[in-house]
Every structure is written in structure tokens, then in C-alpha cells.
Design a protein around this ligand. Structure first.
Ligand code: GAL
Length: 995
């Protein structure tokens, strides 16, 4: 049935196209010179292969899920949302830890990322930096850049030169994966939020601003072969680098916005000072020739040391936030829309900045362990699917915000989107006060092809219940396609209405339906109230499902593959199926009369085929297994998949019978420890902006140590007068330190969620002997470098000892040595990257890698025995897993309870977790909040042996042991995912020159 909707007053519609007469593509290409002609644009939208596409995208960083075999799983979960794109950063700091050596293989290779995106049918927006922010250490810049004299991200020649090699390598990798080369990449963003410079407002001094930096970066990427459009993410929303704005201008101007801000501790309070009300005006002022683009829009939020946990961030930006603010974005006509993050992942291997902990779950729609139970996943899915089938939206123009003329009450604000060449108009309604949790009733008066109408026509009122927003549409043009199924959904008890031309035939209601149907003028009008039960209306060949929102959540709209080059990418020319299922459907293929589905279930689930392109389907398979089918009362094919989770043997890591091996990891306290080959702190000058505060620099970055932890040894010969040592240490927010004199523990700073530095005074417990040599040992947790705004050089803020005094002595009287990870920038483990290891003895020896030489070590458990006194103990163990194939069982290491320290305080201790050599957790018992550390399959061997170790650092004299520690399966999901290959995890080999 070819349709034009007259109006519908409905939260949204999810439509299924079954056969298509689509428009001529070429007519859409505007006349303009492009570097290629596969990705073009006009003021409305991006046009890919001649067809307008809503780029509905989510941010996903491959480097935060270092199990390449799982990338497809995440892409499929994003595709299942109805999204068409993914935006990703590359982290220069992880790739070029050793200057001049850009490592792009193993988990750092993007090959599988590109292949998985294409397989899932997801276009990519590549964001290679060189600066990325992203809550990464140094915003993604390598540690060695901290020593550059020039300001980072400026046009200082040493900074520009530093970026050249990386940009040429990553540029080529991305260039090869562009759509022009058959790959998924359609857009590239150079730099990141390059918008302001201290003391220099871009708006005031556009020509003074460091525009050459952007030009330089763009040129390097173009030289490497990038031909797709460049985009900018202007967080100032001031038109910086918009096309035509001068040097460094990009092709597509985009903004960034985080209106919910980051206070996860008060997740129900929506701060309003950044809530947008005029973005369409900004857009038409700053960049009238490009589509309205939001390169990042808050899809979750980050949390930090001592914080409240990522689940609270998921509440801050929850399904209601997505309902209100995402729809507000549509009211401004956004057609390139990326939400940050859609899947956060993990700051494994110390890759994060100091303001965050190991989890980068971000409260995103897809959890860190790849689950999709958060309601906003479903909310995003029903929204994105609407835009996939609303071609009229892609050319609509936003009108004035909150125009009172459409609505009966000032408590509701309505922003229109005018159809522009299509008959369709959209009206986005919300509470005038965005944050309102109240209920409002309203009617909407709009002009349609049958004249002005006030909706609802057949009685009742429309309603906005709690934090909500609705898209009303008139003369809805589905783009000249044949439509057989229409899904309309809404909240329970809401009244809605839609109308069809009289020519479509008389609507027939399902028996349970309480809808009212009336002829009004030349239209059939259907008015109903949602209940939790499904109501169905049939009109000729068309079936309209009136679904309670929560039932709509269970619907999956799956694109059937098309021939190349479209394949699995989105196109209006493709057919879809709609299947009601439970947890997840991934893919659909029709072969003869069989529908082959892949997907996941987490309980016994009945599939219902709501819409398929053909009535002749007779059978269904799920993950390759044929299903028995029956028919529903409305003749839909049904099939039930039974669920019974497997029994999995797990190690009991807390049991006294579980074998752990133990080795001291602070042998530096022993008088016989030999540190002759440690690095002497000899630099008499530093490029660090803080300046040198000690006779020789003690900044770790000056000696090539940038990650994990730092150890200092300060030697002096006593004159018998020294009685205190005062030290100023910076390790980043959440850091801690312990200080010892020879083997005597002097004390610790246990850290806080606020301090990046700490000055502490240590009194020596005994009088020192004249003429005797002493050594001060300082162990510092390195929480990662800061990020920065352009021009601030904040990332250079040092880590290590910035200043000290030894009472009664000159600073020169103390000779310092330092170590961090073995090899520093010439790091040894090229497979796990430059940040995975720190300064601790066990790490320097490589014992955190699989199969350490632990045969002769003491048997000792971190739970039953722990560490005696202040110091670091290294515990290692092994266990086998055997998870049956076809089951996705996300697992986490979980700390339960605490022991040690003073009664009731839980004790000040820190632990690092190593899984098959990969650092997958930094736990701070006295700060938290993270106690659960997910580790992905692939890093964990699900079918074989695993090596696990834990470096336990007691900052208390009383020692520390874990209250409990377990490997916990977080879900049993019968899954159609592709089982990931085991990630290469090289085992321990004796490290020559390890000290
Ligand atoms: C943006 C930035 C991202 C990320 C985000 C906050 O401003 O571009 O990289 O840091 O903020 O999560």
C-alpha cells in the first residue's frame, strides 16, 4: 500500500518497508567539487553513494576492548539499534610509546575493526587525533611528548614534527579503509575540540588563533590519502573551523555537547545551564551549507576515584534523558549525530587519564561487559529506527523553538521541522521546562493537507508524562515505498491518534482494541489509549501495531543484506524484517522460504515474525538451528527457543585450598638489593613548564617513565642531624605513595578523590648514625597524565617527586635514582603496549606474564594470608575455564569486602590485576568505587588455561589482605556472537638486565 499519513500524534513510529520504489539517486547529488563522489553532502544531510543517510552513530574505541574478535559483537549490537555509524578514536600514545616506532599490529591493528564494521554494515567516522582527549592518559599523546619544549598542540616545530610519523602511518591505515577503497570509513575528524586558546578567543582573533595547526594536521592526513570529508567537533559551538571560515576550515562543521554534565552523584538533577535551545540558529549562522552535525552528544558520563560508580552515570543519562534531549536534538534537524559513548570499555593497561579509574563503562547503552540491559539501549533503538525510515526528516528544516502557536498550553514547547519539498512536517514536543517530572495534557493544532487540524480529533488530550518528549508528524511521506507494517508505540495510558486517507479503506480493529474510529472529512481517524496489551488495526494490506512502549522495546528491525557495494550498510532500497524477540537479534537472511536469524537470548524466548517481505516464509532458524513454528492468532509465525544455562566450573579464588604462589615485590627494602643499573637522576635542566625545583630534575617523564607506578631511591650519608624528610609528590588524582628509610616504613599517603599532589612530612623513628649511608625509597602510584585544553600544556604537569627537603641538609646531599617500567619508552612488551607495566619489581621481572617462574615460591593467598606490613606482595595463580560454545558469559573479577588496616576502616591498599599478562584493573580499596573488573573473552581464555596475578600493595603498617576475591559470571547468554579468537598473550621469558 502506498501511503501518505495525514497525521499522527504518536511518540514515534517504527516502520517496516517491504518492497520499495525508491527515488532516483543522482538527482540528489548537489553540484560541487568533491575529492571523491561517494560521500557528499548539502545543507541537509550526508549523501552516501548518492543516497541520503541519517548518520546515527555511537562512539566506540577499539583500544578499550583489546579482544578484536569481540568488535563484531559490539558493532552488531550498535547496528541492531538502528544506528548507521560508529565514531572511533585512535590513541597515538598507545601506538607510538617508543618515539619513531608506531606499532599497529595485534590488538592495535585496526584491520579487524574495519572488517567487522563492514560486516555489521556500520559506517565509520575516524578520529585519529593526534590529540583525542577521551579520558586517556595525556589525551592520547605519547609520554615522550611531555618533554617537548614547544607547547603541545601548538604550531611549535618540535610538536608538529612529533606528530608527522604517527599521522602518516595512521592516515594511511584509515585511508586504505575509506569507502573509496571499499571500506567503511566515510568521514575523518582531525584533532579534537580544537576551539580555544588561553588568552586568545577564537571569535575575537580568528586570524591569530593557531589555525596552522589544523591545516598542518589536515595536510598530513590528506597526504596519507584521506579523501573523505573532514569534520570538526567544536565544543564552543561558535563556528570554529566551519567551512569558509579560513585557514584550517573543515568540510563538515560539527559541535560537541554534554548538557547533563558529569555529576553522577546526583543523577536525577539535570543541570540546565548547557541545555540547548537554539542550535538550529547557531547552525544556520555558522555553517549553513553543511548538515547540522553533533560529533559528540552525551550518551553517558564518566566517574572518578572515590566516585559513585558507573551505574550512577547510567542513571544521569538514562532512557528519560535520551527521550528528552535526543529528541530535542532532532528538533534542530540533526542528521549526523554521534553519541559518546555507545560502548565505553575498559582503561586496561593504565591507558586512562588520572581522573578516571579502570572501568570506562561510561554508563553507556552497552555496558563495559557488552550487555544491553540498560533501558536507554531500547530507547535509542526505537528512536533510531524511526529515522531510518523517515526520509522526509533528512531534508527538513528546523523552525523556531517552543513556538506557542501549535500547542494548547505554555507548559509544552513545540519545535517544528518543515518538510522542505516533502509534504511531511514534524513537531517535537517537550515540557517547556526540560527537567520537569510532572505530567501535562495538551492538544496540538497544525496545518495539514486536509486543512488545520487539532489533535486529538476524537476526544481526550495528548499527554506528556514525566520526563518525556514526542515527535508528532503530519502528511508523513515514507518516501514512495510500499508499506505493509507500521508500528506505533507510546507510554501506558497515553491517548494517541493517527489518520489515513479515506482511499486506504476502512480500518478494522483487533477484538481487544478500545480504539475509536471515525470518518472525518476525507480521512479515517483512529484514536486510542495505550494499555500494556497489544492492539492491532488492519487497513487493507496494512497492519498497524499499537504497542505499549515496553513491547516495542522487544522489536528488532533487521535489514536484509543487499548486493555489494551496499551489502549490510543501510539503504532505503533494502528490505527489512521486524521480529519480536527478547534480548537481541543481530542478523537476518532469507533463503528460499526460511528466515535465518542470529541473536542472543537470556531466558526462554518466543520469536514472533511481525513483518517479513514475503508471506511464504515457512520456517525459521536461530543461530543455525531450525525451530518449530506455530501461528499466532493474527497469523504471525511464532517459534520458541528454550533456554537452560550451562554449568560452568569456576576457580574458587578465595578458598584456602586454591593454590596461589607468592613473591615479595618490594625487595628494594632489603640491604642486599642492588640498584646499580637504575637510572640516575642527572638532568640538570628540564623542559617541563613547572620548572626544576630540585638540583636535578626528578620528574619521571624526563627519564622516560610515564605509566603504572614509579620508584625512587634517594641516597645520603648521614651527619646524624636528619630527623625528617618532607616530600612533594604528584601521581595524579587518586594516587598514593609509601615512603621507607632503608627497610623501615615511614608512612604513606593513601590518596583521595581530589588530590593530584600531596606534600608529606615523615619523621625518622630513630636517630641516624653519623657517616652511615641511608636510602629513602619512595613508591608512587602513577594514575596517568592529565588531559588538556589547547595551549595549556596541562598534560605536562609532572608525575613523581617535584620537591623535597631532608632536614638539616642541602638537596644536593641526596642522590636520586628512578625506575618505572622496565625499558621506559623502549618498553619490552610490544604486544600489550607501552603502558601495561609499571615500576614494581614483579612487573620489571615480567612475572605478571603467563607462566612466571613460580615453582619455588612460597604458597600464600592474597585472601587468606595477604601482605604482612607495608609493602608489595605479588600473588600468582592459574585456573582453567571451559565455557561451552554458543554461550557468551561475560565475567568479572570481584573484590568482596575488605580486611586489614585499622578496625572498621577497611585498610589502605591497592591491587593491580593481571590476566594472562594484561593489566585489567587497578583497585584502590580505600577509595573505590570500582570493585568489579570485567575482563573480556579473548583476554580470558574461555577454553583452557589462564594465568592470573595480583600485585597487592599495603600502604598500612598493619598489612593487607583481600576480604574476598572471585571470578564471577555476570550473565549467561545463549549467543549468536562469533566466538572471539584468543588474543596473543606471550608468556614470561627471562628478562635480561631486569633489576
Ligand atoms: C569531549 C571530548 C571527548 C571526551 C568527552 C567527555 O569533550 O571530545 O574526547 O573527553 O568530552 O567524556
Amino acid at each position: 500500500m502506498l501511503l501518505h499519513w495525514l497525521f499522527f500524534a504518536i511518540a514515534q513510529a517504527c516502520l517496516c518497508f517491504v518492497s520499495v520504489t525508491h527515488r532516483s539517486r543522482n538527482s540528489l547529488i548537489p553540484k560541487r567539487q568533491w575529492l571523491q563522489d561517494l560521500v557528499t553532502w548539502d545543507q541537509h544531510s550526508l549523501i552516501v553513494r548518492g543516497e541520503r543517510v541519517m548518520i546515527y552513530s555511537g562512539e566506540f574505541h577499539p583500544f578499550r576492548l583489546p579482544s578484536p574478535g569481540l568488535w563484531l559483537d559490539v558493532f552488531q549490537k550498535i547496528k541492531a539499534l538502528g544506528f548507521t555509524g560508529v565514531s572511533f578514536y585512535a590513541d597515538w600514545g598507545l601506538l607510538e610509546g617508543n618515539p619513531g616506532h608506531v606499532v599497529t599490529d595485534g590488538v592495535f591493528s585496526l584491520d579487524q575493526f574495519f572488517a567487522a564494521a563492514s560486516e555489521a554494515g556500520i559506517y565509520l567516522i575516524a578520529r585519529p587525533g593526534p590529540y583525542i582527549n577521551a579520558e586517556t592518559a595525556a589525551g592520547g599523546m605519547p609520554g615522550w611528548t611531555l618533554r617537548l619544549n614547544g607547547t603541545l598542540r601548538s604550531t611549535a616545530p618540535d610538536y608538529l614534527n612529533a606528530t608527522v610519523h604517527y599521522l602518516s602511518v595512521i592516515g594511511k591505515i584509515i585511508a586504505d579503509a575509506q569507502i573509496t577503497n571499499g571500506g567503511p570509513v566515510i568521514m575523518v575528524q582531525p584533532e579534537n575540540e580544537y576551539s580555544t586558546w588561553p588568552g586568545e578567543s577564537f571569535a575575537q582573533f580568528p586570524e591569530l588563533f593557531n589555525r596552522e595547526l589544523m591545516t598542518f594536521t589536515e595536510d598530513r592526513l590528506r597526504d596519507a590519502g584521506i579523501v573523505v570529508p573532514f569534520a570538526i567537533n567544536d565544543n564552543e559551538n561558535m563556528g570554529y573551523f566551519a567551512p569558509g571560515s579560513g585557514l584550517g576550515a573543515v568540510d563538515i562543521y560539527g559541535i560537541d555537547a554534554y548538557p547533563f554534565r558529569y555529576d553522577c552523584g546526583h543523577p536525577y538533577v539535570w543541570p540546565t545551564y548547557r541545555f540547548p535551545t537554539g542550535w538550529q540558529t547557531n547552525h544556520t549562522t555558522f555553517s549553513p551549507s553543511t548538515p547540522f552535525t553533533i560529533m559528540e552528544f552525551e550518551g553517558g558520563s564518566g566517574d572518578g576515584w572515590g566516585g559513585v560508580g558507573e551505574d550512577m552515570c547510567a542513571i544521569l543519562v538514562n532512557n528519560e534523558g535520551v527521550r528528552v534531549l535526543f529528541k530535542n536534538n532532532y528538533s534542530f534537524g540533526v542528521t549526523i549525530f554521534n553519541t559518546y559513548m555507545i560502548y565505553g570499555g575498559t582503561n586496561w593497561g593504565n591507558l586512562g587519564y588520572h581522573g578516571g579509574y579502570t572501568s570506562y563503562d561510561y554508563g553507556a547503552s552497552i555496558t563495559e561487559d557488552r550487555q544491553i540491559w540498560r533501558e536507554k539501549y531500547s530507547e535509542m533503538k526505537i528512536q533510531a529506527n524511526f529515522f531510518k525510515v523517515s526520509p522526509a526528516y533528512l531534508t527538513a528544516t528546523a523552525g523556531n523553538v517552543g513556538n506557542g502557536s501549535f500547542v494548547s498550553t505554555s507548559t509544552i514547547a513545540v519545535t517544528p521541522l518543515w518538510g522542505n519539498g516533502t509534504t511531511t512536517n514534524f513537531y517535537v514536543a517537550r515540557h517547556s521546562d526540560f527537567t520537569s517530572t510532572g505530567n501535562a495534557s495538551y492538544t496540538l493544532t497544525v496545518s495539514t493537507s486536509i486543512g488545520n487540524v487539532t489533535i486529538p480529533q476524537l476526544g481526550g488530550t495528548l499527554s506528556m508524562i514525566g520526563r518525556d518528549s514526542k515527535i508528532h508528524a503530519t502528511d508523513y511521506d515514507v518516501g514512495g515505498i510500499n508499506l505493509s507494517v507500521l508500528v506505533l508505540y507510546g507510554g501506558e495510558s497515553e491517548v494517541h491518534e493517527f489518520a489515513l486517507p479515506m482511499s486506504t479503506g476502512e480500518p478494522k480493529l483487533s477484538n481487544n482494541s478500545t480504539a475509536k474510529v471515525a470518518k472525518l472529512g476525507s480521512a479515517w481517524v483512529i484514536n486510542w489509549q495505550f494499555t500494556t496489551s497489544r492492539q492491532v488495526v488492519t487497513i487493507g494490506d496494512l497492519t498497524v501495531y499499537l504497542l505499549w512502549r515496553n513491547e516495542a522495546y522487544d522489536l528488532w528491525v533487521l535489514e536484509l543484506p543487499a548486493s555489494e557495494p551496499i551489502g549490510n550498510f543501510t539503504s532505503m532500497s533494502k528490505s527489512n524484517v521486524i521480529v519480536k524477540a527478547g534480548y537481541l537479534l543481530r542478523t537476518a537472511i532469507i533463503d528460499n522460504n526460511t528466515l535465518h536469524l542470529t541473536g542472543d537470548i537470556n531466558c526462554t524466548t518466543t520469536l514472533e515474525l511481525i513483518a517479513t517481505p514475503s508471506d511464504s516464509l515457512t520456517s525459521v532458524t536461530f543461530n543455525g538451528s531450525p525451530l518449530e513454528t506455530t501461528k499466532s492468532s493474527t497469523n504471525n509465525l511464532l517459534a520458541t527457543i528454550s533456554f537452560s544455562p550451562p554449568e560452568i566450573q569456576l576457580p574458587d579464588l578465595s578458598s584456602p585450598y586454591h593454590e596461589w604462589k607468592y613473591h615479595d615485590s618490594l625487595p628494594e627494602l632489603s640491604p642486599t638489593y642492588n640498584d646499580t643499573i637504575w637510572t640516575l637522576c642527572t638532568h640538570t635542566s628540564t623542559t617541563n613548564p613547572l620548572g626544576k625545583r630540585t638540583p636535578t630534575s626528578l620528574y619521571a617523564s624526563d627519564y622516560g617513565f610515564h605509566t603504572g607506578s614509579l620508584l625512587y631511591r634517594g641516597y645520603f650519608t648521614s651527619t646524624g642531624t636528619e630527623s625528617t624528610f618532607t616530600v612533594n609528590i604528584t601521581g595524579g588524582v587518586g594516587f598514593g605513595h609509601s615512603v621507607l628509610l632503608n627497610s623501615t616504613f615511614l608512612g604513606s599517603w593513601a590518596g583521595s578523590g581530589a588530590n593530584e599532589t600531596w606534600i608529606q612530612n615523615f619523621a625518622f623513628p630513630v636517630t641516624l648514625e653519623v657517616g652511615k649511608n641511608y636510602v629513602l625509597t619512595v613508591l608512587i602510584d602513577h594514575m596517568g597524565q592529565d588531559e588538556e585544553a589547547p595551549g595549556t600544556d596541562a598534560v605536562k604537569y609532572p608525575r613523581g617527586i617535584t620537591d623535597f627537603s631532608l632536614q638539616g641538609r642541602e638537596m644536593e646531599d641526596v642522590e636520586w635514582k628512578i625506575t618505572g617500567n622496565l625499558g621506559g619508552e623502549q618498553y619490552l612488551d610490544l604486544v600489550r603496549g607501552p603502558r601495561n607495566e609499571g615500576a614494581m619489581f614483579a612487573e620489571r621481572m615480567g612475572w605478571h606474564l603467563p607462566s612466571p617462574p613460580s615453582e619455588g615460591w612460597e604458597s600464600r593467598s592474597p585472601v587468606c594470608d595477604g601482605v604482612d606490613g607495608a609493602g608489595v606482595g605479588f600473588f600468582t595463580t592459574g585456573f582453567e575455564l571451559d565455557v561451552p560454545s554458543g554461550w557468551d558469559v561475560p565475567m568479572s573479577f570481584v573484590f568482596n569486602g575488605t580486611e586489614g588496616g585499622e578496625e572498621g576502616t577497611g585498610g589502605n591498599y591497592r591491587a593491580q590485576l593481571f590476566v594472562n599478562g594484561w593489566q585489567f584493573g587497578k583497585y584502590v580499596n580505600n577509595l573505590g568505587p570500582q570493585t568489579t573488573f570485567p575482563v573480556p573473552e579473548g583476554i580470558l581464555n574461555y577454553n583452557g588455561k589462564n594465568d592470573f596475578s595480583l600485585a597487592l600493595w599495603s600502604l598500612d603498617a598493619a598489612g593487607a589482605k583481600l576480604g574476598g576475591f572471585a571470578l564471577v559470571p555476570k550473565a549467561f547468554i545463549k549467543s549468536g556472537y562469533s566466538k572471539p579468537a584468543l588474543v596473543d598473550s606471550p608468556a614470561w621469558v627471562k628478562r635480561e638486565n631486569a633489576y
